[in-house]
Design a binder for this molecule. Structure first.
Ligand code: BGC
Length: 748
C-alpha cells in the first residue's frame, strides 16, 4: 500500500460507523433481480460483497448490466459509496468451459494453465465479476473424495507450480486491470485430507505432513501475490480452520474469507456452546467472535458478523482494533482491484462483447482438452485410427452428451456451444459412424435424483438394459473399431460428491463386457472427475484414453487424439489404485521397515501387504503414453560429492524419441533421501520439464537442485537438510526412474 492509499483508507475508516465496518465483512449471495431487502442492506452499508448463486443457473450473477445496477446502489446510494466485491466460483473457465482443474494439471504445463486462468479472468470480468473463488489448492490423495476433481492432484511440488500459474493468470500483472480478478486460494487447509474421502469430514494430520504436503501450493500462491484465501470446512487436528488463529497467521496480508456458512457450522462441529459462559445460549455469537479473533475477515453467508459482532464489541469481547483490521483488509482488496478508482471499470459492454466466448478461447479450450487427456493403454498401437473408410461404432451413455463433459462447477457454461465426443468424431472426414447409447450412466433412481440437482443432466432410457446393450453390440459387430465413451456424470465429482465405489457403474461395465465379447477392438474413452478403479478394463480393453471432464471442446479434442491429429501427452497427477481398498495411495509414501518386493514376494509374510491382491497402483503417478516411444539415457550429475548450503547440483538427462512420430515427453525428476533422522517419503518430485521431440531427435534436460530441495521438517519441525547420500531419479513416471547417487556433505 502506498502512503496515499494508507491515508485514503485512514480517512475513510475514520468516517465509518461500527455498523458500516461490520457491513464490509458481510459477504452474501447475489440474486438477480435483486430482492428489496438486499438492496436496502447495500444502501445501508451492511454488505461488503456478493457472490453468485450456487445451485441454479438462474440464481447466478447475470452479466454486466444487471451487476452494474447493483454496484450503482452501493456507490451512489450508500452513505460512503464503498463499491462491492462481486465473487463467483470460476473454477475452470466461465462461459467457455475449460477442462476441470484435475484434467488441466495433467498437462504438467504451467504456462498453458496460466493462459487458461487468463481466459477465465477475461470472461469473469466481462460479466462484471472482480473476485473468483479459485484456485482450489487442496492436495488430494483419496479419489473417493469428489473434490479431487477441483484440484491439481496429489503432489505438492507440481501443485505449487500450478498454484503460481493460476494466480498469475487470474490476477494478471495488475489487479486493478479491469480484466483481472482477485484470486481466492482455497480451502485452507488440508480439506483434501478428509477422512475416508467423505466430503466435509475432518482430518488428523501431523504438522510435518501439513508442512510437506498440504502447505506448499498455498505458500507458492501467496508468494505469487494471491489476494485472498478461503478457509476449509474441516476441523484439522481438532480445530476448525475458521477458529484456528495459529493457522490463519500463515495467511497474513491476504483477505481471509470463510467458506459458505462455515462459521455457524462450527456449532455442529461441537464448538460454541457452554464455553466459558459466553452467551452459551447463542453459539453463533460465541463463534462469530471466535472466528474474527482467529483472523477470519469476511463471513460468507454466516450472518453472524453482521448480526452479532456489534454486541461482541460492546461487551468488550471483540476489540475495535480487530474489527478495524478485518475491515481494512476488505477495503485494501477493493483498492487493489481499482474499485475506488473506477467502480464500473468491469462493466464495459464493448469489452464484454469482445471477451465473452471469444473464438480464440475455443481454440485454447480444444488444446487444453487434448493436452489434458492421458492415454493409459494402447495395445498393438490401436490408436491412432486411420479415418479413411473406417466403420466406427461410437457407443456409451457419455458419447452423445456434451453437457456432462462440462464437469462440475460449470453453472455459467455455454451448454449449447459444447461439443460431444460423438459430434467431434462425426466431423472427421472419411469415417462412418454408427451410434448406440448402450447403457445409462447410472441406473439407480436415487443416485440419478442426486446427480440432477443442478439441472437434468442424467436421464434414464425407457428401454430395458438388455435391449440397449443388444443395440450397441449390433453396432459393434458391424464396425471395425468400437469407441466406448463411459465414466461419470458431471456431478459424480465435485462438492458433496464422494463415492465409495470408484469403478465404472455396473450398468456401464456390463455394456463394456458385452462390447469386449464381440471380439472387436474397443477404445475406452473415459469421462471422469477422479481416478477410477479399472483392473478388469486395464486387462481386457486394448486402448484406454482418460479425457476427464474436458469442457466445451472435449469432443473435438478427443477426436483429434483418436485420429492422430494430435498426440496424447497428458500424464497422471494422481496415483490410480487397483482397488478402492488401497486408498489413500500416493507415490511418495514413506518407506517402511519391511519394504521388500511386495508383488514379487507375495508369499513372504514380512513383505506382503494385502492378502487379497497387489499393493501396487494400477497406474502410477506421472504415467501416460503417447504415440511414440522415448528412451532415457542414464542421468548424469555434474558432481557426485558436494558440500555446504550454497552448493548446486545439476543432473542432466538425454531423452530420445525412438518411435516413428513426433511426441511430447514430460521428464520428471525425483529426490530420495535414503538416510535421515525421521522416516522420509520414498521419493519426492522436485522438477519436471516438457520436451517436444521429432522422431529420432534427442533433447536434454538439466535439473538444478539446491539444499532447499533437500530440506524437510525434522522431528521438532525445523526445516533442515541433513548431510549424507541423496538419490536423484529421472524418468517418465514415478515408478520408472534411473538414478544417480551423490553425497552432499555439511560445510564447504
Ligand atoms: C465451497 C467453496 C465455494 C463456496 C461458494 C462452498 O460450498 O466449499 O469451494 O467457493 O461454496 O460457492
Amino acid at each position: 500500500m502506498t502512503a496515499d492509499t494508507t491515508a485514503f483508507l485512514d480517512d475513510l475508516m475514520a468516517r465509518m460507523t461500527l455498523d458500516e465496518k461490520l457491513g464490509q465483512l458481510n459477504l452474501v449471495t447475489g440474486n438477480i433481480p435483486l430482492p428489496d431487502d438486499r438492496a436496502a442492506d447495500i444502501r445501508a452499508g451492511r454488505i461488503g460483497g456478493m457472490l453468485g448463486g450456487l445451485v441454479d443457473c438462474t440464481f447466478g450473477v447475470h452479466g454486466p448490466a444487471a451487476l452494474r445496477a447493483v454496484q450503482e446502489i452501493a456507490v451512489n446510494e450508500s452513505r460512503l459509496g464503498i463499491p462491492l466485491l462481486f465473487a463467483y466460483d470460476v473454477i475452470h473457465g466461465h462461459h467457455t468451459v475449460l477442462p476441470i482443474p484435475l484434467a488441466l494439471s495433467c498437462t504438467w504445463n504451467p504456462d498453458l494453465i496460466e493462459a487458461a486462468a487468463r481466459v477465465a479472468a477475461r470472461e469473469a470480468t466481462a460479466c462484471g465479476l472482480n473476485w473468483v473463488f479459485s484456485p482450489m489448492l487442496d492436495i488430494a490423495r483419496d479419489p473417493r473424495w469428489g473434490r479431487i476433481a477441483e484440484g491439481s492432484g496429489e503432489d505438492p511440488y507440481l501443485g505449487a507450480r500450478i498454484a503460481e500459474a493460476m494466480v498469475r493468470g487470474l490476477q494478471g500483472d495488475d489487479l486493478a486491470d479491469p480484466e483481472s480478478v482477485m484470486a481466492c486460494i482455497k480451502h485452507f487447509i488440508a480439506y483434501g485430507a478428509a477422512e475416508g474421502g467423505r466430503d466435509y469430514n475432518n482430518a488428523d494430520v501431523s504438522l510435518a505432513r501439513l508442512m510437506e504436503v498440504y502447505l506448499p501450493p498455498f505458500l507458492a500462491a501467496l508468494n505469487a501475490g494471491a489476494g485472498s484465501a478461503m478457509l476449509s470446512f474441516a476441523a484439522v487436528n481438532r480445530i476448525p480452520s475458521h477458529a484456528d488463529a495459529d493457522l490463519l497467521r500463515l495467511l497474513d496480508g491476504v483477505l481471509k474469507v470463510s467458506d459458505f456458512n462455515a462459521i455457524p457450522e462450527m456449532i455442529a462441529h461441537g464448538l460454541g456452546d457452554e464455553r466459558g459462559g459466553i452467551d452459551a445460549d447463542d453459539p453463533l455469537q460465541t463463534l462469530s467472535e471466535r472466528a474474527l479473533r482467529a483472523g477470519v475477515q469476511m463471513d460468507m453467508m454466516g450472518h453472524g458478523y453482521a448480526s452479532r459482532l456489534a454486541a461482541g464489541v460492546a461487551a468488550g469481547r471483540v476489540s475495535a482494533a480487530e474489527v478495524d483490521a478485518a475491515c481494512r483488509a476488505v477495503l485494501e482488496a477493493k483498492v487493489k482491484l481499482g474499485l475506488f478508482a473506477d467502480p464500473f471499470a468491469r462493466f464495459d459492454e464493448a469489452r464484454a462483447a469482445r471477451n465473452l466466448r471469444a473464438p480464440a478461447y475455443r481454440t485454447l479450450a480444444r488444446q487444453l482438452a487434448a493436452d489434458s487427456c492421458v492415454l493409459l493403454k494402447n495395445a498393438g498401437d490401436l490408436l491412432p485410427l486411420a479415418p479413411e473408410g473406417l466403420k466406427l461404432a461410437v457407443v456409451g451413455p457419455l458419447a452423445d452428451d456434451a453437457w456432462n463433459l462440462l464437469g462440475p462447477w460449470s453453472f455459467q457454461g455455454d451448454r449449447e456451444g459444447a461439443v460431444s465426443v460423438l459430434d467431434g468424431i462425426r466431423a472427421v472426414p472419411g469415417v462412418t459412424v454408427r451410434h448406440a447409447r448402450g447403457a445409462d450412466i447410472v441406473d439407480d433412481a436415487r443416485m440419478i435424483e442426486l446427480l440432477n440437482f443442478a439441472g437434468p443432466k442424467v436421464g434414464r432410457d425407457p428401454r430395458p438394459a438388455a435391449e440397449m446393450i443388444a443395440e450397441a453390440v449390433a453396432a459393434a459387430r458391424a464396425a471395425d473399431v468400437v469407441v466406448a465413451v463411459l465414466g461419470e456424470a458431471a456431478e459424480m465429482s465435485g462438492e458433496a460428491a464422494s463415492r465409495m465405489d470408484i469403478g465404472l457403474p455396473a450398468c456401464q461395465r456390463a455394456l463394456l463386457e458385452a462390447l469386449h465379447a464381440t471380439g472387436k477392438p474397443v477404445v475406452l474413452v473415459l469421462a471422469n472427475g477422479r481416478p477410477l478403479t479399472l483392473p478388469w478394463e486395464a486387462e481386457h480393453v486394448p486402448a484406454i484414453l482418460v479425457s476427464w471432464f474436458g469442457g466445451c471442446e472435449a469432443g473435438p479434442a478427443v477426436a483429434d487424439l483418436l485420429f492422430g491429429r494430435r498426440a496424447p501427452s497428458g500424464r497422471l497427477t494422481t496415483t490410480w489404485p487397483r482397488h478402492v481398498g488401497q486408498v489413500p495411495l500416493a507415490y511418495d509414501r514413506a518407506t517402511t521397515g519391511r519394504p521388500g518386493s511386495r508383488d514379487a514376494d507375495p508369499g513372504k509374510y514380512t513383505t506382503r501387504c494385502y492378502l487379497d491382491g497387489s499393493s501396487e497402483p494400477l497406474f502410477p503417478f506421472g504415467f501416460g503414453l503417447g504415440f511414440t516411444t522415448f528412451a532415457y539415457a542414464p542421468p548424469v550429475a555434474d558432481a557426485t560429492d558436494l558440500a555446504g548450503d550454497d552448493a548446486v547440483l545439476t543432473v542432466s538427462v538425454a531423452v530420445t524419441n525412438t518411435g516413428g512420430r513426433a511426441g511430447e515427453e514430460t521428464v520428471q525428476m525425483y529426490l530420495t533421501d535414503p538416510v535421515a533422522s525421521v522416516v522420509r517419503p520414498g521419493k519426492q518430485l522436485k522438477g519436471f520439464a516438457k520436451l517436444a521431440l521429432a522422431p529420432g531427435e534427442t533433447g536434454t534436460v538439466a535439473f538444478r537442485l539446491t539444499t532447499a530441495d533437500l530440506a524437510f521438517p525434522d522431528a521438532s519441525l525445523r526445516r533442515v537438510w541433513e548431510p549424507g547420500r541423496f538419490i536423484v531419479g529421472i524418468g517418465p513416471h514415478a515408478d520408472a526412474l534411473q538414478t544417480v547417487e551423490v553425497t552432499w556433505r555439511a560445510g564447504a
